[in-house]
Ligand binder design. Structure first.
Ligand code: BEZ
Length: 395
C-alpha cells in the first residue's frame, strides 16, 4: 500500500470510529502499520513439542529475511489450542475476530484444523497450515485463502505399502489413534499396501490422546502378523515405541509407520526406536547443503535438533515471506497474494517443493530407518507425490 493510500485508509477509519465508537482495533492496526500474525498451535499436551518446533521454524525463516514481511514489522499473537477440537472455532476466532490477524498460522491436530477451516472459509483470513494433514482442508473444503505447507495424512502412507511388501511382510496389523489423522493415514496405507499385494488382517485403534496401549499390544501378539504399521506422533508416539518393545514385540514383529512415529521423539524413545522403518517427506540425514545449513542454524539458534515440524514451520515462514514480498506487505491485495503463494517454489530443507492446485505440497517421500538415534534416508519411496485433491473446487 502506498503511503498516501495508507493515510487515507487511516483517516477513513478514524472518522468512522469517531462517529460510531467502533472499529478501534482497526485503527490500532492501521496506525501501527504492523502485519498481525497469529499462531494457533498446541503448547500443552501430547503435541506441545510439535507446536514449539513449528513456531521456531516460522520465526527462523522470517528472521533470516530481516524479520519483516514485505517491509512491514510484525506483531505476533499466540493461542494455545491444546489439540482440543471442541475449542477449535473459539480459539481461531480469538485470533481472527478479537486480534484481527492478517494471517493465521495453525495448527497441528487435524480435528482442531477443521475449526480453523470453518473460520478461514467464513472470514476469508489467510490461513497457512504448518502441519495438520486432514484431507478435507485441501479436498472437499479447500479454499482460495487456505494453503498447506506440510502434507496430507495419506501422503506418507501412500508410500509405505510397497516397501513393506518388498520386505516380505504380506500380512499386517494397522494401529492408530482414532481421529481424522489416523483415518486418513489408513486410507493411504490401505491403497498402497493392498495394491502391492499385502493384506491388512486387523485395524486397531484407541481415542486420541490415550496411551494405554497394553491390551492392543497383547492382541497384536496373538494375531501374529508379519508386520505392524501405524500412525502416532508426539509424546504418545515415544510411549508407543517403548511399550511395543517392552511387550516383547520388537525384533519379532517389525514396526513400520507414517514417519511422524519417529519425529522429535528419538531421545525419549531410546534404543526401542532402533530399526523402525517409516516414510516421510523429510529426514535428518538428507545430504544436501540446504538441509545441512538449516540444521546447523536451527541448532545454533534454539539449542535443539530440528525435526519435520521445525522444517514445516520454516517453510511456512518462507512461503509467507515470498508472498508478502510480492505484494510489498499489502496482504489485502489478495489476488496477487494468492497467485504468488500458488506459484511459489519453496527451497526447503526437505528438497524443493511446489503447491498443487488444491494448495498442498507436491513433494518426495523418503524411506527412512532409525539408526543410532537418527532418521536415516535409505531410499526415495515416492517421487513428486501430490495429493489427489479430490472434490476441491476453488470458489
Ligand atoms: C494431524 O493431526 O494431522 C497430525 C498430528 C501430528 C502429526 C501428523 C499429523
Amino acid at each position: 500500500m502506498t503511503t498516501r493510500r495508507l493515510v487515507l485508509t487511516r483517516s477513513a477509519a478514524i472518522v468512522g470510529a469517531a462517529s460510531t465508537g467502533l472499529l478501534l482495533p482497526q485503527i490500532a492496526r492501521a496506525q501501527s502499520g504492523k502485519v498481525r500474525v497469529g499462531l494457533m498451535l498446541p503448547y500443552t499436551g501430547t503435541y506441545a513439542q510439535l507446536g514449539v518446533a513449528i513456531e521456531n521454524g516460522v520465526r527462523m525463516a522470517i528472521d533470516e529475511k530481516g524479520g519483516k514481511l514485505g517491509g512491514r514489522e510484525i506483531e505476533w499473537f499466540k493461542v494455545d489450542d491444546e489439540s482440543e477440537p471442541s475449542k477449535g472455532v473459539e480459539n481461531a476466532n480469538k485470533l481472527v475476530q478479537r486480534d484481527k490477524v492478517d494471517v493465521l498460522i495453525g495448527t497441528v491436530h487435524s480435528g482442531v484444523q477443521m475449526g480453523i477451516q470453518k473460520v478461514a472459509r467464513e472470514s476469508g483470513v489467510l490461513s497457512l497450515i504448518p502441519n495438520a494433514g486432514v484431507h478435507a482442508a485441501t479436498r472437499a473444503l479447500c479454499a482460495p485463502n487456505v494453503f498447506r505447507t506440510s502434507f496430507t495424512n495419506s501422503q506418507p502412507t501412500l508410500a509405505l505399502g510397497k516397501p513393506m511388501v518388498d520386505r516380505g511382510h504380506k500380512k499386517a496389523v494397522w494401529i492408530t489413534w482414532k481421529y481424522a489423522a489416523g483415518d486418513d493415514a489408513l486410507e493411504g496405507f490401505k491403497e498402497s499396501y493392498t495394491k502391492a499385494g499385502g493384506t491388512i488382517i486387523k485395524e486397531l485403534g484407541l481415542p486420541f490422546p490415550n496411551v494405554e496401549f497394553q491390551a492392543l499390544l497383547t492382541e497384536i501378539a496373538s494375531l501374529k502378523p508379519d508386520a505392524v504399521a501405524c500412525f502416532f506422533a508426539g509424546a504418545g508416539a515415544a510411549k508407543f515405541i517403548r511399550d511395543y518393545a517392552a511387550a516383547g514385540l520388537k525384533g519379532r514383529i517389525p514396526l513400520y509407520g507414517s514417519g511422524f512415529l519417529t519425529e522429535g521423539v528419538l531421545e525419549a524413545a531410546g534404543p526401542a526406536a532402533e530399526g523402525i522403518i517409516t516414510t516421510l517427506h523429510y529426514s535428518d540425514s538428507l545430504d544436501t547443503p540446504r538441509n545441512k545449513q538449516f540444521r546447523l542454524a536451527y541448532a545454533k539458534t534454539f539449542r535443539l535438533q530440528p525435526d519435520v515440524y521445525a522444517v514445516q514451520g520454516y517453510d511456512t515462514g518462507q512461503l509467507l515471506v515470498q508472498g508478502a514480498t510480492v505484494v510489498k506487505g499489502n496482504l489485502n491485495n489478495k489476488q496477487a497474494l494468492y497467485k504468488a503463494l500458488e506459484s511459489a517454489v519453496i527451497d526447503s530443507p526437505r528438497g524443493k517443493w511446489t503447491m498443487s492446485k488444491s494448495h498442498n505440497p507436491i513433494q518426495d517421500m523418503y524411506l527412512r530407518v532409525v539408526e543410532k538415534g537418527e532418521n536415516k534416508v535409505i531410499g526415495i519411496a515416492a517421487k513428486a507425490l501430490a495429493d489427489s485433491g479430490a472434490g476441491c473446487k476453488m470458489a
